[in-house]
Design a binder for this molecule. Structure first.
Ligand code: GNR
Ligand code: NI
Length: 176
C-alpha cells in the first residue's frame, strides 16, 4: 500500500473531468487500496481519484464513526435525488477551509464495486453529502466553486499564506 499525494486548490489538475473505469483489474484494486489508505492517513471521510491526480470515475469514503467501514464507488451515477440539506463542508484539497453547501438530502446512487458488480443504494445525511462532494471532484468541481468569486479569492489567498508560513517554518527548522 502507498500513500498518495493530494492535489490542492488552485491546482488546475483538480478541474479535470474523469473518464469511466473500463478495466476492473488488479491495478484498479491497488488504486482503491492506496486511495483508502491515503484517505485514512489524511483523516478524511472521502477521497475522489481526481484528488490524487488519477482521472478515472472512482471514489472511496468512510462516514462510519469508527472509521472502519471503507466503501468504494466506481462509475457512480445519481439516479434520483430529493430534498435539501445544508452541511458545513471541508476538503482535503482545500485544507483548513470550511463552508456551508446546500445539497440534496436523499439520493439513489448506482455504481460498481472493485469487481465490476453493479449495486444501487439509497443514501441520506452525511453519506449523501459526501458522495455528492466526491462526485463533484470527478467533474472537476470543488465546494469552493459554490462560493462567490470574492470569497473564493479569499480562500486562495489564505491557502497561499498557509503555504508560505509552512515553508518558512521548514526553513527555520533547517537553520536550527
Ligand atoms: O474529509 C472530508 N470531510 C468532509 C466534510 C463535509 C463534507 C464533505 C467532506 S469530504 C472531505 C474529504 C474530501 O476532500 N473529499 O473529497
Ligand atoms: Ni474534497
Amino acid at each position: 500500500m502507498a500513500k498518495l499525494n493530494i492535489l490542492e486548490f488552485p491546482d488546475p489538475r483538480l478541474t479535470t473531468v474523469a473518464k469511466p473505469v473500463e478495466n476492473f483489474d488488479e491495478s484498479l484494486k491497488k488504486l482503491v487500496q492506496d486511495m483508502t489508505q491515503t484517505m485514512y492517513e489524511a483523516n478524511g471521510i472521502g477521497l475522489a481519484a481526481t484528488q490524487v491526480n488519477v482521472h478515472k470515475r472512482l471514489l472511496v469514503l468512510d462516514v462510519s464513526a469508527d472509521q472502519n467501514q471503507p466503501r468504494v464507488y466506481i462509475n457512480p451515477e445519481i439516479t434520483s435525488q430529493a430534498g435539501e440539506q445544508t452541511h458545513e463542508e471541508g476538503c482535503l484539497s482545500v485544507p483548513g477551509i470550511y463552508a456551508s453547501v446546500k445539497r440534496a438530502e436523499n439520493i439513489t446512487v448506482k455504481a460498481r464495486d472493485a469487481d465490476g458488480n453493479v449495486f444501487e443504494e439509497q443514501l441520506e445525511g452525511l453519506h449523501a453529502v459526501c458522495i455528492q462532494h466526491e462526485m463533484d471532484h470527478l467533474v472537476g468541481r470543488l465546494f469552493v466553486d459554490y462560493l462567490s468569486p470574492l470569497k473564493r479569492n479569499m480562500v486562495r489567498k489564505k491557502l497561499e499564506k498557509q503555504r508560505k508560513v509552512a515553508a518558512k517554518e521548514a526553513e527555520d527548522h533547517l537553520v536550527i
